[in-house]
Design a protein around this ligand. Sequence first.
Ligand SMILES: NC(=O)c1ccc[n+]([C@@H]2O[C@H](COP(=O)([O-])OP(=O)(O)OC[C@H]3O[C@@H](n4cnc5c(N)ncnc54)[C@H](O)[C@@H]3O)[C@@H](O)[C@H]2O)c1
Length: 437
Amino acid sequence: MKTPGQIIPAQGKLGVLLAGLGAVSTTFIAGVEAIRKGLALPIGSLTQMGTIRLGKRTENRTPLVKDFVPLAGLGDLEFGGWDIFEDDCYEAARHAGVLEASLLEKVRPELSAVKPWTAVFDRQYVKRLDGPNVKKGKSKKDLAEQLRADIRRFKADRGLDRMVMVWCGSTEVFMTQAPVHETIEAFERGLEENDPAIPSSMVYAYAALMEDVPYANGAPNLSVDVPALVDLAQRRRVPVAGKDFKTGQTLIKTVIAPGLKARLLGVTGWYSTNILGNRDGEVLDDPESFKTKEESKKSVLDYILQPNLYPDLYKDLCHVVRINYYPPRGDNKEGWDNIDLVGWLGYDMQLKINFLCRDSILAAPIVLDLALFLDLARRAGLSGIQEWLSFYFKSPMHAPELYPEHDLFIQLMKLKNTLRHLMGEDLITHLGLEYYD
Ligand SMILES: NC(=O)c1ccc[n+]([C@@H]2O[C@H](COP(=O)([O-])OP(=O)(O)OC[C@H]3O[C@@H](n4cnc5c(N)ncnc54)[C@H](O)[C@@H]3O)[C@@H](O)[C@H]2O)c1
């Protein structure tokens, strides 16, 4: 890690590479363009609207995050990406139906200019999709080389200084770690031999790392979260983060559950169900893709509630997660949570949450923050897993010997303390005894 004075300034243009130009990516790009034109505010983005307290509470030093750490400006971002469909980003955004047509018209030239490059795709890993805009290659290694050529061309054509990549592609089928994922050598052999345990998202992650491009995974599939690719990231000094953007129901879960645990209230049941009608919902209607999502959504409560430490309160917790594909709702997801609680002397209570959210509206600012923070991390000399970015993920990547931290408030403290640490400011512990000495 560099000292504050050694952090490379954010000069020049930052290329944001998006693997998958669907609802989330197009809402992100359209949003940045609208914000650049002064048509809207970057609501939901910590890098743009968040503040950070520095020093003691009596010092009144609370700058905006973007004024405290050297981040790329929104005006310096350039967008490029891949999709299996040929629609440019304007057409894809119209299809996704997240943003109003009147807003899309105002950023139409910028969106139309982002045309997807041919994708690395195999139906074996996303059963509900098929599209024409797909690369051909004799091996996965060859496909990775084609992606690397796309990345280099984008950099040269746009005169970019730096790049980051965010996986916003569909959720792939459930996979667990296989021998080919264990070492860089085994992984590269697997690429050449077309090992079926290497899905498309891993080919993108590999290509990014080989081009020294930081990589974040917005979906729950493994992608960069295997030892071979984490080691490659370390070896090449590139930061990575994942998995699965924390939006909607899981975001609320990681707000409510720490509160219940803080007051030692027991939980016997947590039933979560969703209806969702976008393409993501359609992909998740396939049981194998749903299983990847389910694992990601379900692990959250176990880690927050720690039933091993609090068996009387949480050992019998029944946690059920359902997602139902329901086309009339489009991107406007509706989630219901029923929580069965236990209080003093074992008396039962219930809490019901009905969240009428907009999936991509919640995800777009996360893409922006991840792009800017990963770029900062690279310029600050950080590499490998960026646990301080757990704040943005449902299944945060973590060192093998650690359990993941899911509590949103601990995640936020970790993120802000990391920024303070990078900039040589005191960490904030909230002890505060000095105010009463
Ligand atoms: N929106 C949210 O709140 C949210 C939250 C967490 C995770 N995610 C995940 O983010 C991802 C994107 O979500 P979305 O709502 O934009 O979905 P979407 O279906 O609208 O977009 C995904 C796009 O990826 C493309 N794609 C699939 N495989 C590809 C490949 N190998 N290469 C290039 N393109 C590929 C698809 O054609 C599609 O256009 C999904 O995996 C989703 O599960 C979304």
